[in-house]
Design a protein around this ligand. Sequence first.
Ligand SMILES: Nc1ncnc2c1ncn2[C@@H]1O[C@H](COP(=O)(O)OP(=O)(O)O)[C@@H](O)[C@H]1O
Ligand SMILES: [Mg+2]
Length: 396
Amino acid sequence: MNSIRNPFAPGAGTPPPELAGRDSVRQEMRIALARIRAGRAAKSMILIGLRGVGKTVLLDEIRRDAIEADVHALRIEAPESRSLPAMLAPELRLVLLRLSRAEQVRDLAEQGLRGLAGFVRAMRVRFNDIEVGLDFEPEPGLADNGDLEHDLQTLFELTGQAAQAADTAVAIFIDELQYVAEDQLAPLITALHRTSQRSLPVVLIGAGLPQLPGRMGRAKSYAERLFNFKEIGPLEPADARLALSKPIRAEGEEIDEEALDRLTEVTRGYPYFLQEWGKHAWEVAATSPITLADVDAASRSAVADLDESFFRVRLDRLKPSEKRYLRAMAELGPGPHRSGDIAEALARSVQSLAPTRSSLITKGMIWSPSHGDTAFTVPMFDDFMRRSMPGDDWLL
Ligand SMILES: Nc1ncnc2c1ncn2[C@@H]1O[C@H](COP(=O)(O)OP(=O)(O)O)[C@@H](O)[C@H]1O
Ligand SMILES: [Mg+2]
């Protein structure tokens, strides 16, 4: 069918034509944001899930809802290499500048900007990647003592006070939160704990891989109580069908029921796969309705595209020893797998593989659902590993 009208949108963070199955989380967040704005208690929220379940697009959607509700929303994506202060400082500056425009808030917001200047000056010693314009001179003693835990807390308090005076709230959106180093994650948690204790309207809305709750708990033991961890999983069959059928119908075309059954089955409801298969089924179909035969014929090219984009991006960043580890896991099936079994498949000891395993966790490729267990963070990654490293050469 006409490629120009193909509604499907596979891609990291690419908004889907229909955001299916996420209404209740969005509603919960709208309530939480409205409560914070009204000066009431509400927890920060963290979306947790595997790659490709739709955390980024959901986070962006919640952010739009926040802006619509007149909440100051700042958005950060944590890359593997940048420091938290470097990411936060420019965004907090923009929020404080915006807040400073209102007469009754100006003094507090300017105080916040002075705090920011002190914070940046003090933090530059340790984090040389901070780049931000400063609008005021620092005030000695304000967020400038050089201890991230202490200074970030002050900075959040100053920001919260300004937001409160403006009858609004500040929501900090951070994607890929698992990449924030643990010694920076702990100060972030402490700062949020502080604003929550003082009923100041500053919240975090984060997203990350399944290793994140464990990481946060290790950084600060009370993190589990402070945050509302929301598991974001594959879509229920009814929602998966809707994610496909609604965009097709919106284009004035149709899809057969058996075709929808097959699509929900092969994708197992994972949003990224739904978009990719939907796109290819549309391309393969000569005319509406899209049939079961179209879906089956589309599978080969859908898988090829996934291999080249969704799966491949991650594999390219790995060392040979890390790829071998993943390949050995794949040999054992979808997982989770015991460390001992993986070591055995590689004819190595668990101890000698520990650095490889921990590097793969840091890189976000695998995680540990429980002690000694290892699972992929990407759905259906075992199939991909077997396709990309066929045979048993990897054992050598
Ligand atoms: N609720 C949903 N319904 C349909 N498609 C979705 C949904 N959520 C995400 N997608 C699609 O899935 C893909 C992956 O989304 P993304 O937010 O990047 O996932 P994650 O951040 O969890 O890796 C994108 O192509 C997006 O359009
Ligand atoms: Mg994402």
